[in-house]
Design a protein around this ligand. Structure first.
Ligand SMILES: Nc1ncnc2c1ncn2[C@@H]1O[C@H](COP(=O)(O)OP(=O)(O)OP(=O)(O)O)[C@@H](O)[C@H]1O
Ligand SMILES: [Mg+2]
Length: 414
């Protein structure tokens, strides 16, 4: 057989079928002993820490699992240190036998180191040759030719096994983290859900107070409390609905809505806040009908407006425009403020969960969650629309595009 044929056969041993490394090594040992008429043949592998070298396959099953320390002086370790085949004749063998007291009772041996680049992988031990002269002349070259291939296969196999083990560990960790994350989300949702009712009660009672004979400063205080409680309610509802929207557990209740009227109402509901901050809202547009979930789009408008108010300086103006894009048959809402805008690299990121611009200086301090725009994007996208932010020369501009005729987009509504 030619060297190429031997190489081909060895490659086949390592690539054919679905076998473990041990099974493949055992096939290799059988192949070598059969092809080269060697009675005893074994393959030893160094462990991943480089501390021990162990018999992984052998013509003698009794010695599989026998281990040596790589720091010991024995035939295998000498061949590895020398990085070349080690031929031991009968006399030298006697010396090693007394030294290592191993179970070998052979006359002579040949040990071939398995190296992958500079990495020590193990050794192939050949003992008890039929005809040593003939072996050295005919087969030495072949064994030397196939040993780097064997080393490379063992090395890549170990690398694959480590990757698989690592992947399994990571998969387990990921599963645990997902479970913990779900528990945390569930817990937050329980707490947040329970906050809804008391906040509504607070708002209702504060509203009633307004009907009493209050002085101007008392009424101002009550209105401030109402606005803060409304803001808390907005955040609580955002947290609850974001999860539902992400899991598509929320139904979009589309109804015929005049979106111009909706804009007017949402701006009106922020009247107290606008007055306190001396900010005016300019609304441009005309009555326009579309099919939307009034509650969700109403809260989207409020989230965008509150952001604009928070970032606007006092005595400034927020421009809200409603347009109809007849080519796309869509409604376009634009919210433009004079608050200095958003860093260019954050224009997309602000729609991500909990994303807030780090060095963002709001014109007044307020509690926030960084979820407002996430809620807006989920609502707009659930309506088949788009939302994005850009900068003008004065401040930020938020655009919301909503398809006007939902009946055409979602046939089951028709
Ligand atoms: N009009 C705006 N001008 C400047 N920056 C803005 C504007 N609107 C939003 N941002 C930036 O985008 C970030 C995210 O906004 P988002 O509404 O999601 O969260 P938030 O306002 O911080 O908190 P929340 O709305 O949950 O109370 C804000 O923290 C702010 O940095
Ligand atoms: Mg916000």
């Amino acid at each position: 057989m030619t060297i190429q044929e031997h190489v081909y056969n060895v490659v086949k041993i390592f690539t054919d079928g679905h076998f473990s490394l041990k099974e493949r090594l055992s096939k290799l040992i059988d192949y070598i002993s059969g092809q080269f008429s060697i009675k005893r043949c074994s393959l030893m592998l160094i462990d991943s820490n480089g501390i021990n070298i162990e018999v992984a396959a052998s013509t003698n099953p009794n010695i599989i699992g026998i281990m040596r320390r790589t720091s010991d002086v024995c035939i295998s370790t000498i061949a590895l240190v020398e990085k070349k085949p080690l031929w031991i004749d009968k006399e030298a063998r006697t010396f090693f036998r007394t030294l290592d007291k191993s179970k070998y009772e052979s006359t002579s041996s040949l040990t071939i180191p398995l190296m992958f680049e500079e990495k020590r992988i193990g050794v192939i031990n050949l003992t008890d040759f039929g005809d040593i002269e003939g072996f050295l002349k005919n087969h030495m070259v072949i064994i030397e030719e196939i040993s780097p291939i064997v080393a490379a296969f063992i090395h890549s196999y170990s690398a694959i096994v480590s990757c698989q083990e690592l992947k399994e560990k990571l998969d387990n960790k990921e599963g645990q983290l997902l479970e913990i994350d779900k528990l945390k989300t569930d817990l937050i949702n329980f707490i947040v859900h329970d906050l809804k009712t008391p906040i509504s009660v607070i708002i209702a009672n504060l509203d009633m107070l307004n009907y009493e004979n209050l002085t101007d400063s008392q009424s101002e205080l009550v209105n401030l409390c109402i606005d803060e409680a409304e803001n808390l309610k907005r955040m609580v509802l955002n947290i609850l609905d974001i999860q539902k929207l992400e899991e598509a557990r929320i139904s979009i209740l589309r109804e015929e809505v005049d979106i111009f009227e909706l804009l007017k109402n949402q701006i009106r509901s922020l009247g107290g806040l606008l007055k306190r901050r001396r900010i005016t809202v300019e609304l441009n547009g005309e009555p326009t009908t579309c099919y939307i979930d009034e509650n969700l789009i109403g809260r989207t408008i409020t989230n965008i407006l509150i952001n604009a108010i928070e970032h606007s300086p006092e005595d400034s103006r927020i421009k809200v425009t409603l347009q109809h894009n007849k080519y796309e048959n869509s409604i376009v809402l634009k919210f433009e403020d004079e608050g200095g805008g958003i860093k260019e690299d954050m224009l997309d990121k602000i729609f991500d969960k909990y994303s807030q611009v780090l060095d963002d200086v709001k014109t007044y301090i307020k509690t926030s969650t960084g979820l407002g725009l996430t809620f807006c994007r989920l609502v707009v996208e659930a309506h088949g629309g788009r939302i994005w932010a850009e900068n003008t020369n004065k401040g930020a501009l938020f655009t919301v595009v909503l398809p006007q005729d939902f009946k055409k987009i979602i046939p089951d509504l028709g």
